[in-house]
Structures are given as structure tokens and as C-alpha cells.
Ligand binder design. Structure first.
Ligand SMILES: [Mg+2]
Length: 396
């Protein structure tokens, strides 16, 4: 049976939602982003992209390129609500839907022709349903016999696009496809490839697989496969996270340890809460610091027993910070938890088998989480957080 992968990608998602919700912004160069003097562009409308503005660009630079752009704050909960609507539509077509980000998903469309007719008609129907359900938002859809080509295809005809790569076209398409369009080809690899005078997937095939493997290891083998249109990956309906993290860029660089630790506590609480929601616990705690000159260091430790309590994550991160000799002012601090147990366990089970201290901490977290779920995030604040740290931007 012919395999079909569909990649659905919303067009300028955050910016389009803002333009839809605020009609006065329609047709205007809109930047969604914030906040503070060091904010970055989270999303850019098509009107502002013409000026060279793109996401992840510092706001200061964006406003130099387009001084009359309108800045709108990020309203993540609104975008997530719209995202749910879109994913619900996709799940009506196939149980195999993999949400790749808030505005992007893969759908395994293999065999669906029998239910919905040819893939082209099905894609058009999905586009129409998305537009109707969201009050006018457009998406671009790519269809191809393998996953990575579906993603490339969805980008070919943006916005409001539909690109279908039929199996008999794949070879010709790949021959002239620039290598950097293949997802996963990083900067280092790109440079090395340029030195080899390899520009397209066709060029990649001039060298045998063994050559690529020697040069780039596993990534080289993958490149050689992709250049032939091979991609064994399936659509994965749910991928559990490999790590949970939070980080903050400060408005002003600092070397104040107490201040840094207060942020570690906030992040530990945020990350811990997310872990507990998913019944996950991790063994590896990572501290990340970015200095004023953008040098980044990470420190990590693997614990004997996995943790998910705010207090344990915080303590571990603090001890990592205590072992760092700061080499200047810090502009960003972050922390992450990874190394999850394969089998997520119920919190109640956790409570039963932990040593006393962890048990006590888990109980406190449990109470806090329940109160916050019921009455909102600001309803109960831990003593340590009572004095709000100076304003800055936090993600995610
Ligand atoms: Mg998108």
C-alpha cells in the first residue's frame, strides 16, 4: 500500500491569531514578542517578514528593520486553545497524529484514501475545516511518501499552500534539493559539506555511504539515506518528553548569588510541577548559565534516586551553582531535569517508597499543586517566592 505522510503547518500562527482577534492589526506588520528591552520576536506576520524580521530575532534589531511594526504581547494560552481545535480536526481523520509543536503536526494518511478519497481532496478538506473552525486561519500542507519530505513539502508553497510529492517525483525532486533543506543537517555539517562541493542531495550520492559514515558517523548515514528519500520514522502519536527545563534572561546582568538562587527556586518549582503533572521523575539535574558575553556553561549531576519535588530539584541546582566560580556577570540562568525513569509512576506510589524527607516534600508539592490547579497559579505562593524577583522574561 502506498504510504502517505501529511505535515500540517499553520501560517505565521501567533501573528495570524492576533490579527484575527484584533481586526485593526490586519494587513499591518505585527510582531508578537516581548517583553522588556531584551525581548525577542516570537512570531512575525507576513507583512513584517518582508522587512527581514523573523522569529528569535532580538526586538531591537527587528524595530531597526521595521520601525513602524506593531508589537503585541504573547498570549500563549490563547494559542494553545486554538491549537487544540486544529489537532481535534486532524484526529477526526486519523488516530495517528503527532503534534510536533503548538502549530505543527504530522498525520499518517496511509490507507485513508478508502475513507476520504484521493489525498489531495482530503488535504483540501482539512484546510477548509481548519479555516472554518478557527475563523479564517490558514495552514500549509505537505504530502509525501516519507516523513521528512512531507515537512519539506509543506514549506514549498506557504502561506495557504498545498504541495504533494507523488512517489514517482521523489527522485527528481531530491536530485536538485539543497542539502541544508534536510531537517537535521546542522551548521558544522553544512560547512564541511560545502568544502566537499556537495550542494544537493544528488551530490551526496556521488559518495558511498561508508564515506559519509566515516566523516559524520550516524548523522552521515542518515544524510545518505535522506538523499535517497529513505526515512524509516513513523508518525508517533505521543512522545514523552526527554527533559523538562525553564530559563530566564535578566533585564540586567548580575552576579548576585541570592538573586540567582531565587530564580533557581522559581524554575525548580515550575519544572517540578510539570514533572509531577506527567508523573515523571528524573535523575539528571542540569544548571545552565550564560554570561554577559554570551559564553554558556552547563553543569550537571546524576542523582542516585530520581526526583520530582521542587525542594530536591532546587537543592541540587543550588549545589551545582555553589561549585561554579563565576567568571563574570550572568545574563541567563536555567535548569533542567532529564534522565527520566522509563516507567512513569503514580505519585501515590512515589509517596510510599521514598525516604522520609522526600516523602514530606512530595506531600507538600501535592498540596500546592492541587491548590494551584483549583484556584490559579498565584493563589498560593511559597514563602521563598513571596518577594517577587525583578522583572525579566521567562520561557517556556
Ligand atoms: Mg508554522
Amino acid at each position: 500500500m502506498q504510504k502517505w505522510f501529511m505535515h500540517v503547518d499553520m501560517d505565521a500562527f501567533y501573528a495570524s491569531i492576533e490579527q484575527k482577534d484584533h481586526p485593526e492589526l490586519r494587513g499591518k506588520p505585527v510582531i508578537v514578542g516581548g517583553d522588556g528591552p531584551r525581548g525577542v520576536v516570537s512570531a512575525a506576520s507576513y507583512e513584517v517578514r518582508r522587512f527581514g524580521v523573523h522569529s528569535a530575532m532580538p526586538l531591537a534589531q527587528a524595530f531597526k528593520l521595521c520601525p513602524h511594526a506593531v508589537l503585541v504581547p504573547v498570549r500563549m494560552s490563547r494559542y494553545i486553545a486554538v491549537s487544540h481545535q486544529i489537532m481535534d480536526i486532524l484526529r477526526r481523520y486519523s488516530p495517528l497524529v503527532e503534534q510536533a509543536s503548538v502549530d505543527e503536526a504530522y498525520l499518517d494518511a496511509t490507507g485513508l484514501e478508502r475513507l476520504f478519497g484521493p489525498v489531495e481532496g482530503m488535504a483540501r478538506r482539512i484546510k477548509r475545516e481548519v479555516r472554518e473552525a478557527t475563523g479564517g486561519l490558514t495552514c500549509s500542507i505537505g504530502l509525501a511518501p516519507v516523513k521528512f519530505l512531507a515537512k519539506i513539502a509543506s514549506d514549498l508553497d506557504k502561506p495557504d499552500g498545498l504541495s504533494i510529492l507523488y512517489p514517482d517525483r521523489v527522485e527528481g525532486f531530491l536530485r536538485s534539493l539543497p542539502v541544508e533543506q534536510i531537517p537535521g543537517v546542522g551548521k558544522a555539517m553544512r560547512q564541511a559539506i560545502q568544502e566537499l562541493a556537495v550542494r544537493t542531495c544528488g551530490d551526496v550520492l556521488r559518495y558511498p555511504e561508508a564515506f559519509w559514515e566515516r566523516r559524520f558517523g550516524k548523522a552521515g548515514v542518515t544524510l545518505h539515506e535522506r538523499a535517497q528519500g529513505i526515512d524509516p520514522r513513523a508518525v508517533e502519536p505521543f512522545t514523552p518528553p526527554k527533559s523538562e527545563s525553564a530559563e530566564t534572561t535578566f533585564d540586567a546582568d548580575t552576579q548576585d548569588i541570592a538573586f540567582l538562587k531565587s530564580w533557581l527556586f522559581r524554575h525548580a518549582d515550575r519544572v517540578g510541577r510539570r514533572l509531577r503533572k506527567q508523573h515523571l521523575q528524573g535523575r539528571v539535574i542540569t544548571l545552565k548559565l550564560k554570561y554577559a558575553d554570551f559564553r554558556t556553561i552547563t553543569r550537571r549531576v546524576t542523582l542516585e534516586a530520581p526526583v520530582c519535588t521542587t525542594e530536591s530539584i532546587y537543592e541540587t541546582a543550588c549545589s551545582l551553582l555553589d561549585h561554579v566560580r563565576l567568571e563574570g556577570k550572568v545574563r541567563l540562568i536555567g535548569l533542567g531535569v532529564s534522565g527520566f525513569d522509563n516507567q512513569p509512576r503514580q505519585l501515590s506510589l512515589l509517596l510510599g517508597e521514598k525516604p522520609d524527607r522526600e516523602k514530606r516534600r512530595a506531600k507538600l508539592d501535592n498540596v500546592m499543586d492541587k491548590l494551584q490547579d483549583k484556584f490559579g497559579k498565584t493563589s498560593v505562593v511559597r514563602g521563598r517566592l513571596f518577594q517577587p524577583p525583578a522583572k525579566s522574561k521567562t520561557r517556556p
